[in-house]
Design a protein around this ligand. Structure first.
Ligand code: ADP
Ligand code: MG
Length: 454
């Protein structure tokens, strides 16, 4: 009878991504099929629910049509039976385990309060990574070790990494959850090495105790930072091995896939692929809207649907920018004593688009302006004060300020070493003239639009 189950599972496999097959299908055991009942076992509750929602209906449909009868499903969950969800019972952890009557320990200080699972909006592009993170948090070091979360900037990697930390801490307050950016790991390591050399002290021992021995869970953010740092890589290699060997969960976040990490040794890259790689991708429109609405709710901002849609339709690349735009919009609405509306959103977005950095260099600005006014580049940057060069120079300073990321002093230095106050007054003057004099405004905006052309 069990064959019936195996075949039904096989029938849906082609429809399931290979990674999902390993993650969701394989761990579900069919214990028995008899008398119209199917007994299944899942590693944990979360897994059970996911399976029931996503796979069970199709499997059951297939199975029932093969067997020509209906079935009821009984699920048991390993965790509920008091079996350890964690395979490793390492002695150092059990010694540290506090009696249950003690109050729950405070949140580990490196974890940001709001980066929890309940504040993470799930959509098609992060569903897999989210599910994998939940699984790892439910049953650390039992299956996917390491979990490698990968994706572009501002897509929720740090959020997920920290959410794992929060959840494990919630379920096992006595465990040592260590969250660290890779950059901090590297600086700490170099610092310990240097003070070791200077004082001949025990700082390397302390470093190793902190990262190799102490953690029950190690969460390392932005692991791509290890690129081209040979001695830190070597140290991390040993840290990884020690923790992995002791069945401690490791989770890594990176903006590159292991195979694409430049200047990282093969032995380390291959270890990064031992567990599961889960990607977060740019969210689709619906998810962007949902993220905005969730954020608005958390920030107690009244965000009408059309305004949310407008923002989400215009800011596509990453969630951090989306959040930033919402906060700016909320600030502006409250500053102007208005409710957030689609008009206000449109206005805020147009400013945002107009102010995006162009990647222009100050030389390009100077060349364009000099050519337009037909003055020599040399004079534009020089000390001459007559109006024929002074005016173009002010325009160039104004555009440099608007279109590049340079500060006032930096701009001054590129105009023959002028003081930053000269630049500031030039920028103010052009701003004023643009307000007063349509001909100046039209020249400046023509130049600006030329410069903005790709
Ligand atoms: P990354 O580490 O990938 O650069 P972060 O985790 O720092 O990105 O996310 C950037 C911001 O966007 C954070 O404030 C985070 O809370 C938020 N964020 C990203 N994805 C989501 C999501 N799916 N739901 C809610 N907030 C999100
Ligand atoms: Mg991050």
């Amino acid at each position: 009878m069990l064959e019936l189950w195996t075949e039904a599972v096989r029938s849906i496999e082609p429809l399931v991504k290979p990674a999902h097959r390993d993650l969701w299908l394989r761990p579900i055991e069919c214990l028995a099929i008899d008398d119209g009942r199917i007994r299944l076992r899942a590693p944990n509750r979360y897994h059970k629910e996911w399976f029931e929602d996503n796979f069970l209906p199709s499997i059951l449909k297939d199975l029932e049509s093969r067997a020509q009868r209906a079935f009821k499903v009984d699920f048991e969950v390993i965790e509920d039976q008091g079996e350890p969800a964690r395979l490793s019972a390492v002695s150092s952890t059990s010694e540290r385990r506090a009696p249950p009557s003690l109050p729950v320990a405070a949140r580990p200080p490196e974890l940001v309060e709001r980066y929890t699972f309940d504040k993470f909006v799930v959509g098609p592009t992060n569903q897999f990574a989210h599910a994998a993170a939940r699984m790892v948090a439910e049953a650390p070091a039992s299956r996917w070790n390491p979990l490698f979360i990968y994706g572009g900037v501002g897509l929720g990697k740090t959020h997920l990494l920290q959410a794992i930390g929060h959840e494990i801490h919630r379920q096992h307050p006595e465990w040592a959850v260590t969250f660290i950016t890779c950059e901090k790991f590297v600086t700490d390591f170099i610092g310990s090495m240097m003070s070791q050399k200077r004082a001949g002290g025990s700082s390397m021992e302390e470093f190793r105790a902190r990262y190799r021995n102490a953690p029950d869970v190690l969460l390392v953010d932005d692991i791509q930072f290890l690129s081209n740092k040979d001695s830190s890589q070597d140290e991390f290699f040993h840290t990884f091995n020690a923790l992995h060997y002791a069945h401690k969960q490791i989770v890594l976040a990176s903006d590159k896939l292991p195979a694409e990490l430049p200047g990282v040794e093969d032995r380390l890259r291959s270890r990064f692929t031992w567990g599961l790689i889960a990607e977060v991708e740019t969210p689709d429109l619906e998810t962007r809207v949902a993220i905005l609405k969730r954020k608005a709710e958390l920030e107690k901002v009244d965000l009408p649907d059309e305004a949310a849609l407008y923002l989400a339709a215009h800011i596509k690349s990453n969630v951090r920018e989306l959040e930033g735009a919402l906060l700016r919009l909320a600030a502006r609405a409250s500053f102007q004593g208005q409710a957030i509306s689609i008009d206000l959103a449109r206005d805020a977005i147009s400013k945002l688009v107009a102010n995006t950095p162009t990647g222009l260099t100050i030389e390009a600005v100077q060349r364009e302006v000099a050519a337009y006014f037909d003055v020599k580049l040399h004079d534009l940057k020089g000390p001459k004060r007559h109006r024929a060069v002074a005016h173009p120079r002010m325009v160039a300073m104004y555009l440099a300020r608007k279109l590049t990321n340079m500060s006032y002093p930096e701009i001054g230095s590129r105009f023959g070493g002028k003081d930053h106050s000269t630049v500031i007054s030039a920028v103010r003057k052009i701003e004023r003239l643009c307000g007063e004099d349509p001909s100046v405004r039209s020249v400046v905006s023509t130049l600006e639009s030329h410069l903005r052309q790709p």
